[in-house]
Ligand binder design. Structure first.
Ligand SMILES: [Zn+2]
Length: 484
């Protein structure tokens, strides 16, 4: 066992040595006259590597060009190409100080660890000011004029340049993988580095630069025309996680709970909201920054949501915690065990951003089933049962209800009542339960009382008497979404 371990570690060591050797070989192979030229122009070692298309670990350790040139790369003078980005020299926006030759990987790793994210991989996002790219272009055309005829130029410099962005990633990823003890790959946990430069917006300056390059090339006097930068980039970084999506169905047992947080003139309507109860619990468990709650349609504050529930999606921003399957079940249990029992969730699960499509799918054509407690102005007759249930796919014209006219435009819509059924209430002749299945978007309250003739036909007009709705429950929403 021990022996095996030793063998493994030897092999590992061998690999690393091999890699180091090939790194120093590739540095040694760089054309020394061009390297000298670049060094004398104040270009940093990592920029020289990237101009010659070197990749990988060569950027990770403290870069040296001693094998190619007796001139050493500048460390204290700002690189004329990357303005210090690849020298880890920058003006820190967070501390408002100029920092030179920092151990940037360590700094990033410490900050990441302080934020206590759970993560299995990380990925770097880098934003570089446009002036760096225009520096590269100027230098390349200068190099082309000067060394264009040499074979190494045609092989490497011509096509294979690595961008400052990629070179920075090479410089950071290997040490970060060690420090954070995980691999870099495209995943939900991101470290975002942003460099900006005061010269970035001076587009005119760049244009005149390149015009000058052309002119000089024509008269055969190549000169590297980038002014030595006297200012490093501003730099800031932060880490974040891409959103998690939780899908499920909710049930609402209270007639005093709104779907979303509803506040009018600083006064809360109802005692709570589905959004805050469910979203709040999920957010708390994931330790995120914020959440967004979305549901497939809505019911009024005084309408209960029963049966299989209504599909919803909670999007959690910047969660510190990675929710496992067990974790999700636990969150569901916590919501369902709340003392007030206002809301319940079913089938809570983690979904991808495709949860959006699932929610929208069929939302327009979905059918909804209701149970309404109805009062009529005369006693219920035997033939009323037959009369009501004889209507199949009844077309109803609804003008925008009076109660929502202040926020909805006045329109006339045709909606379909697929079926209806009366359920008698024992010992009561003027009250009954009306079960009905309708097209999504039908105003049920108005379909019962007629809304002063704005909805026609209505239960009142069909039965030839006054009809009032006292209570309403949604008993089913015919959607596949999050049913299991
Ligand atoms: Zn540089």
């Amino acid at each position: 066992m021990e022996e095996h371990k030793q063998e493994e570690s030897m092999k590992h060591l061998g690999e690393e040595e091999g890699e180091e050797e090939s790194v120093s070989e590739s540095v040694r192979d760089l054309p020394s006259d061009a390297v000298k030229e670049l060094l004398s122009e104040g270009v940093c070692a990592r920029c020289i590597f990237r101009l010659f298309g070197l990749q990988g670990r060569v950027y990770a350790s403290s870069p040296s060009l001693s094998s190619v040139s007796s001139l050493s790369a500048t460390t204290h003078q700002l690189c004329t190409l990357c303005f210090g980005i690849l020298q880890f020299t920058y003006y820190s926006d967070d501390t408002q100080t100029l920092l030179q030759n920092q151990n940037l990987p360590l700094l990033i790793a410490d900050t990441v660890k302080r934020h206590a994210y759970q993560f299995h991989t990380f990925s770097l996002e880098v934003s570089i000011p446009p002036i760096i790219l225009s520096n590269d272009n100027s230098l390349r055309s200068y190099m082309k004029t000067k060394f264009g005829s040499q074979s190494w130029f045609q092989e490497n410099l011509h096509t294979g340049c690595i961008s400052t962005k990629d070179a920075l990633k090479f410089s950071l990823i290997y040490p970060l993988e060690n420090l954070l003890e995980c691999k870099s790959s495209m995943g939900p946990f991101r470290i975002r580095l942003t460099y900006t430069h005061t010269k970035a917006s001076k587009g005119d300056q760049n244009r005149s630069d390149s015009a000058e390059t052309c002119k000089r090339r024509k008269i055969g006097m190549p000169k590297f025309i980038i002014d030595p930068a006297n200012e490093p980039c501003h730099f800031t970084f932060y880490c974040y996680r891409t959103p998690f999506y939780f899908g499920g169905r909710y049930l609402k047992y209270s007639r005093n709970v709104s779907q979303t947080c509803w506040i009018i003139d600083d006064e809360r309507m109802g005692e709570a909201s589905v959004e805050e109860i469910i979203g709040g619990k999920i957010l708390q468990a994931c330790q995120g920054d914020s959440f967004k709650f979305h549901a497939a349609g809505r019911e009024d504050i005084d309408v209960r949501m029963l049966g299989p529930g209504r599909p919803f999606l909670v999007e959690v921003q910047n969660a510190r915690h990675i929710p496992s399957e067990l974790f999700v079940k636990d969150v569901e249990r916590k919501i369902n065990n709340m003392e007030n029992k206002l809301v319940r969730v079913k089938n809570l699960k983690l979904v991808g951003s495709e949860g959006w499509d699932l929610m929208r799918e069929g939302e327009a054509e979905k059918q909804k089933q209701y149970a309404a407690l109805v009062w009529i102005s005369r006693p219920l007759k035997d033939e009323d049962f037959q009369c009501i249930s004889s209507h199949k796919d009844l077309k109803v014209l609804q003008r925008t209800p009076i109660r929502v006219l202040h926020r909805r435009s006045p329109l006339e819509r045709e909606k379909i009542i697929h079926w209806m059924k009366i359920e008698a209430i024992a010992g009561s002749s003027q009250y009954f339960l009306l079960h009905l299945c309708t097209q999504a978007g039908t105003y049920i309250k108005e379909f019962v009382h007629g809304d002063l003739g704005r909805t026609h036909p209505s239960i009142g007009s069909i039965l030839g008497c006054r009809a009032e709705i006292l209570q309403l429950d949604v008993t089913d929403i015919k959607m596949e979404c999050f049913l299991t």
